[in-house]
Design a protein around this ligand. Structure first.
Ligand code: IPD
Ligand code: CA
Ligand code: CA
Length: 259
């Protein structure tokens, strides 16, 4: 049987999402620390990854799979990039922003991606060149130039970037036209830029599985997605600016000049 990749990503994200929902708010999951005491992994992360990897490896045995919770990560241009639970700290604290995020990349370019928010049953997905969708409705970026512009970022796990983030916000506050949010779930925030809920999102230190799906979803909706220095987005460069096109030239000079 020949499976469609995007349809497979959707069906496995829904399955993994219902597992995460099952654990959410309960006590029957284990929490362990990874590199630091804010970087956590739970039973839900591990079981979600297992469901996704088993299903994708059996349907597409020739496509390498890279999951956040893998022990060894090899840099690849062709793979499924899996964040089995993006927003683990939110999940543990019961802050209701977390997703399952899976991107499929070939020749170092995104082909299709899915981000599923299991609490709201919000399904974002995209196929390259075919647009992006939210629960079946096509996404178009909003150019609401006149209203307050809602920007978001996150702190990440690398404290060497915290000061830079504060400087960016200080600079942007001077412009008097931006409001800020920190959701703690990068994949969802990037999709929200595509949906026009947020007008821009930047992050100094993300990993491929945080961005692999959202990048395509935001881009197919009409967002500009680049590195923080304005160069073309690269999944392995660890930073991102996803923004409504009318704001790109306003944010880039601020982000580029922060050292
Ligand atoms: C984290 C979230 C968060 C971002 C961190 C990521 P995780 O993912 O996306 O928003 O700031 O850098 O690591 O660890 O919850 O999958
Ligand atoms: Ca993540
Ligand atoms: Ca994760």
């Amino acid at each position: 049987m020949k499976y469609d990749i995007l349809e497979s990503l959707i069906s496995v994200s829904l399955k993994a999402g219902s597992l995460i929902r099952h654990y959410y708010g309960g006590k029957d999951f284990k929490v362990s620390e990874k590199k630091d005491n804010h970087d956590l992994v739970t039973t839900a992360d591990l079981e979600s990854q297992e469901i996704i990897i088993n299903e994708l490896s059996s349907r597409f045995p020739d496509i390498p799979v890279i999951g956040e919770e893998d022990q060894h990560i090899i840099k690849r241009e062709h793979a499924f990039f899996i964040d089995p639970l993006d927003g683990t700290l939110n999940f543990v604290k019961q802050l209701p922003f977390f997703t399952v995020s899976i991107g499929y990349w070939k020749d170092n370019q995104p082909v299709c991606g899915v981000v599923f928010d299991p609490l709201r049953q919000d399904l974002f997905y995209a196929r390259v060149g075919m647009g992006s969708y939210h629960n079946g409705k096509k996404l178009f970026i909003r150019e609401d130039d006149n209203k307050s512009q809602l920007l978001a970022s996150d702190w990440g796990h690398d404290s060497s970037h915290f000061k830079k983030n504060i400087l960016v916000i200080q600079q942007l506050l001077k412009k008097n036209s931006y409001l800020f949010r920190f959701m703690g779930c990068a994949s969802l925030a990037i999709c929200y830029v595509g949906a026009g809920i947020l007008n821009g999102y930047w992050h100094f230190s993300l990993l491929p599985w945080d961005m692999a799906a959202g990048v395509l979803i935001a881009r197919e909706a009409g967002a500009s997605v680049t590195l923080l220095n304005g160069e073309p987005f690269d999944l392995w460069q660890k930073d991102i600016l996803a923004v409504a096109p009318h704001l790109k030239d306003k944010l880039l000079p601020v982000l580029t000049n922060i050292k």
